[in-house]
Design a protein around this ligand. Structure first.
Ligand code: NOJ
Ligand code: MG
Length: 399
């Protein structure tokens, strides 16, 4: 149900755009609202009902975990049947498969990690499970394959050295990327950082640690691997979302992203995108749009536990609405002459005075005359700039 404005006029939403690739995790819609303290509150929703609902609401794709679709012990026939059902639903709805991923965190066998477990049998099982899911994802035309290592971490560091843990983690990812390359699957691979929960501490907690991890892989493999940051995970670490996504984008490694909402330094809340801190959401969308990000924009959020199955669709709609609203506001910001003037005054786009390194260039820069006291007097009207942005966000235009 569209939300009616108070004056009763038809709401005018910013329109959808041709190149937008919005996706949702099926697990988010199929989530029945159970939490560590309470039982599920909603009826089960089938994968196909979830896919149909997404397609009707303007979504481009869906994401899945293997065990959202088939049980952990499923054989090739059972998996094949589910894949065929999904493929049919995709044909009917036009919905695409954005990403697949393998659940390496729910079953007790992974209680001390999957790729990083001490038990070589558990590590091998995890790799075999991932290969089967990669095959299914390839059949569904997934553009990306996500690795989120929720159980890859520790509470007791004397039990497992992070040096061994991270080495095992890299060996597993490299093995699986090589499998993807050998099978000529075109999907990219992303590693999703998170600081903690369900483990006390998870390996690869931030964008920077995933980028450094990728840099230790053989080049041919590392080229296929990127990072998919998640808003909530960044906020759980108390970090700046614009900076985290920005660093991944600058490195050419932002292959896809997960959006949601989260109050800082709390348990994983997985709120709707834009529901917690609109200014942060706006600045993130502004950064993505102004740098031409055109990858998968997936929402990985959960409906409020109080909602019933109708409320799930209000939830689905508000995520895409908020992204489009922020995109519209981002364009208003770029088109606003006050912002342009202030950025100009700040010198935001001043060209560099330092050229490519050469001995001569180094000597020339060394010989330049600077007056630090005079340079320090430049006026930087950040208060006004931030206020203009805030007023655009709030939709007011005071003199
Ligand atoms: C569940 C995690 O909560 C989510 O952040 C992650 O993207 C998916 N699993 C994929 O593994
Ligand atoms: Mg996620």
């Amino acid at each position: 149900m569209p939300i009616e404005p108070p004056d009763g006029k038809e709401p005018t939403m910013p329109a959808s755009e041709e190149n937008e690739k919005f996706a949702f995790g099926l697990w988010c819609l199929m989530n029945r609202g159970g939490d560590p303290f309470g039982e599920p509150v909603r009826e089960a929703m089938s994968q196909v009902a979830a896919m149909e609902g997404l397609a009707r609401r303007g979504y481009w794709g869906y994401e899945f975990h293997d065990n959202d679709l088939w049980p952990i012990n499923a054989g090739p026939r059972e998996i094949g049947k589910v894949v065929a059902t999904l493929a049919k639903a995709m044909d009917r709805t036009g919905l695409r498969c954005a990403s697949g991923t393998t659940n390496l965190f729910t079953h007790p066998v992974f209680k001390d990690g999957a790729f990083t477990s001490h038990d070589p049998k558990v590590r091998a099982l995890a790799i075999a499970k991932a290969m089967r899911t990669i095959d299914a994802a390839a059949e569904l035309g997934a553009e990306n394959f996500i690795f989120w290592g929720g159980r890859e971490g520790a509470e007791v560091d004397i039990a497992k050295s992070p040096v061994d843990g991270i080495r095992r983690y890299r060996d597993a990812i490299c093995f699986l990327v090589q499998y993807i390359l050998d099978n000529k699957y075109s999907m990219t691979v992303t590693v999703e950082p998170k600081p903690n929960e369900p483990r006390g501490d998870i390996y690869l907690p931030t964008v920077g640690s995933v980028l450094a991890f990728i840099a230790t892989m053989p080049a041919k493999i590392g080229r296929r691997v990127g990072v998919n940051p998640e808003f909530a995970h960044v906020k759980m670490a108390g970090l700046n979302v614009v900076h985290e996504y920005g660093q991944a984008l600058e490195a050419g490694k932002l292959f896809e992203l997960h959006l949601n909402g989260q109050n800082p330094l709390r348990y994983d809340q997985d709120l709707s995108f834009g529901s917690d801190n609109p200014k942060e959401g706006l600045l993130l969308v502004h950064m993505l749009e102004s740098n031409g990000f055109d990858g998968i924009i997936a929402f990985d959020a959960h409906p409020y536990r109080v909602e019933d199955n109708d409320g799930v669709w209000d939830f689905v709609e508000r995520n895409i609405r908020n992204y489009r609203l922020f995109r519209d506001k981002a364009r208003q910001i770029d088109a606003d002459p006050r912002i342009a003037e202030l950025l100009d005054q700040i010198g935001a786009a001043s060209p560099s005075l330092v050229g490519r390194y050469s001995a001569a260039e180094a000597a020339r820069i060394k010989a330049m005359k600077f007056d630090p006291d005079a340079l320090a007097t430049r006026r930087l009207p950040y208060e006004r700039l931030d206020q203009v942005l805030t007023e655009i966000l709030l939709g007011v235009n005071f003199k």
